[in-house]
Write a new protein. Structure first.
Length: 450
């Protein structure tokens, strides 16, 4: 990176950033309080609030959102008449999954092979540290030229909508000229990327019941309707022979128009085993950015160890359906539930319950903020041109903000490039990406201020 004062300041601040991210990663801030203590999330929220106060933010507040979690808000005033920029991140994280699968403890930041490992390093505690680095660099080099609002969500990973509902109830709180969502990522390390579309999501819990109780498979098997087998039939109906999502009535042929994703690169990023084929049709970008995708997240059934020779009377599954821009998530949920009911065999009793939802998002890439970010990225990533990409994941707050503030420009950047393995074991962040993106954000704020 060419020498410039902002870049030099960010580089000098990296050791402090690593120490702070180490502290933040240590909080087991999973917003599922049936699995993790609520006190861990509350402690993380207080840490974020204290960090904002230390940077001179006023009106710092812990917002009690309707889903029982806390989001952290702060305001840093800029020069009179300046524009207002909202910076977003979230401090809640995914569960660590199988802790035995982690090479190092998930809630201890560990440096290995040039990366920092730990749950939340990239998604999205590192995003908050990125915001702090950018602001500190500006303060050390002439000051922050815009009014800054920061919102750090406490339940983004759960999809329970607490912050969205709070924002709708307090529409003035997050009003801004531009929003920078720090919860996306570059297409690959070293390639500056803004995410211009997000798929929406709906979560549906399915339960199938067939018998008053489990039965001996030797005495009744062959005639007694097996609830687990019925559930398997239902789940299989959600995909075609090639693995394409086949929910009745749901459009699944849209083409992606933008940055392409080769199958070879995708196989490497996804760590697909040799000899195993990809699923679906169309290009990889079509499949992961422009089309719906169903995933079975979990099944309640007897584990193999300790299983008895029984015909199962009841079985449950949790299904995620990602929906692309142009598809209403609520309508997609109705289609999914109708499909499940229509494909339940043998007259089995089936019930469906929607437990989470977020709408898809598409940004306006013609706005002045995008040019300001492109110019900043060109400095932070010399020799590279900013790319536009989609993201298969969901950030429900984006559509809420777009609806509340239709004139606001929304940009999505972040640390979750493919090597970060967010939501998986051994999540990590590239400190080089943290450095470059912090420089880019600082220069963006300066460019955007005009």
């Amino acid at each position: 990176m060419p020498s410039n004062p902002v870049a030099e300041t960010v580089a000098s601040l990296l050791p402090r950033a690593k120490a702070e991210l180490t502290e933040l990663v240590a909080f087991k801030s999973v917003a599922d309080f049936t699995q993790f203590p609520k006190s861990e999330s509350e402690a993380a929220a207080n840490w974020v609030a204290d960090a904002l106060r230390a940077e001179g933010f006023t009106d710092v507040a812990l917002l009690d959102t309707p889903d029982g979690t806390q989001s952290v808000y702060g305001y840093l005033p800029g020069p009179d008449g300046a524009k207002t920029v909202l910076l977003y991140a979230h401090y809640d994280v995914q569960p660590p999954l199988d802790e035995a699968g982690w090479t190092t403890p998930p809630f201890e930041l560990t440096e290995r092979d040039g990366r920092w490992y730990g749950r939340g390093t990239a998604d999205c505690k590192g995003g908050f540290i990125m915001h702090l680095l950018a602001l500190r660099a500006l303060k050390a080099n002439g000051g922050v030229p815009v009014h800054v609002k920061v919102i750090v969500e406490g339940s983004e990973e759960q999809g329970t909508g607490g912050l969205e509902r709070y924002a709708e109830q307090h529409p003035e709180l997050l009003a801004a000229d531009t929003v920078v969502i720090g919860d996306a990522g570059n297409f690959r390390v070293g390639l500056p990327t803004v995410t211009t579309t997000l798929r929406g999501m709906t979560l549906v819990r399915v339960q199938v019941d067939t018998l008053a109780g489990n039965l001996h498979s030797g005495q009744f098997g062959g005639a007694a309707p097996d609830a687990l087998a019925a559930l398997i039939r239902v789940l299989d109906s959600l995909r075609g022979e090639d693995g394409s999502t086949t929910v009745g009535g749901l459009e699944a042929t849209v083409k992606w128009d933008g940055l392409e994703y080769t199958e070879e690169q995708f196989r490497a990023d996804a760590k697909v085993l040799d000899g195993v084929g990809l699923i679906g049709d169309g290009s990889v970008a079509d499949r992961i950015w422009a089309r719906p995708a169903v995933t079975v997240l979990g099944i309640d059934c007897p584990p193999v160890v300790g299983a008895t020779p029984s015909v199962q009377s009841s079985a449950r599954a949790l299904i995620s359906l990602r929906v692309p821009p142009g598809t209403d998530a609520a309508e997609a949920a109705k289609l999914l539930r109708a499909h499940v009911e229509a494909h339940t065999p043998w007259g089995a009793r089936v019930s469906t319950e929607q437990i989470g939802q977020g709408q898809a998002f598409r940004a306006d890439t013609t706005s002045p903020a995008y040019q300001a970010m492109a110019d900043a990225m060109a400095v932070a990533y010399p020799g590279e041109t900013m790319q536009y990409a989609g993201q298969g994941g969901s950030i429900p707050l984006c559509n809420t903000l777009a609806g509340l503030y239709p004139r606001a420009e929304i940009l999505l950047i972040g640390l979750s490039e493919p090597e970060a393995q967010i939501h998986a074991v051994n999540e990590s962040v590239s400190p080089g990406e943290l450095e470059r993106l912090s420089v880019a954000e600082a220069l963006f704020l300066r460019n955007y201020a005009g």
